[in-house]
Design a protein around this ligand. Structure first.
Ligand SMILES: [Zn+2]
Length: 156
């Protein structure tokens, strides 16, 4: 009986900690992206200090994401009805569809690393969108309502 309630207690503390860790991570990453925006506006580039902070938080996703930013791979797709989503052309040339509010991406890394293994908070494509937004280099792609409906249908 004692052991059972202790196990329950441990499970509760663990899940509570995981929740808080996710929350802290989200806070830290959004603060950091705000700083990227400020520093880029002031200096026209990212300082070493900001880059190493980004490296700490986003680790292995950072360099591939910066590469996508450099290549201007990020577009915001908008339609007259006001719906919008993002499209990121991956390093192999494949376009992926993403939603930043849910950090959803149609790439395999999202499914395996973000959803299943919870190793990363977001894939490199979603990180590339957030970085591109912070430094103001997102391309705008205007399409028809039907086009955007088709893109959404393809991921569902
Ligand atoms: Zn992705």
């Amino acid at each position: 009986m004692m052991a059972e309630s202790l196990n329950k207690r441990i499970a509760h503390v663990e899940s509570d900690f995981a929740l808080r860790k996710g929350y802290v991570y989200e806070e830290v990453s959004s603060q950091l992206l705000k700083e990227v925006e400020t520093v880029y506006k002031e200096k026209g580039k990212l300082t070493d200090e900001v880059l190493s902070a980004l490296q700490c938080v986003f680790q292995a996703s950072l360099l591939p994401a910066l590469d996508l930013v450099d290549k201007r791979s990020v577009s915001q797709v908008i339609c007259p009805a006001g719906r919008s989503l993002y499209q990121v052309v991956g390093s192999s040339g494949t376009p992926y569809t993403c939603f930043t509010s849910s950090v959803y991406c149609s790439c395999p890394a999202y499914r395996y690393s973000v959803l299943l293994k919870e190793e990363h908070m977001m894939c490199k494509h979603v990180l590339a969108i957030k970085l591109s937004e912070a430094i103001g280099c997102v391309k705008i792609l205007e399409v028809s309502n039907q086009d955007i409906a088709n893109m959404i249908q393809r991921i569902e």
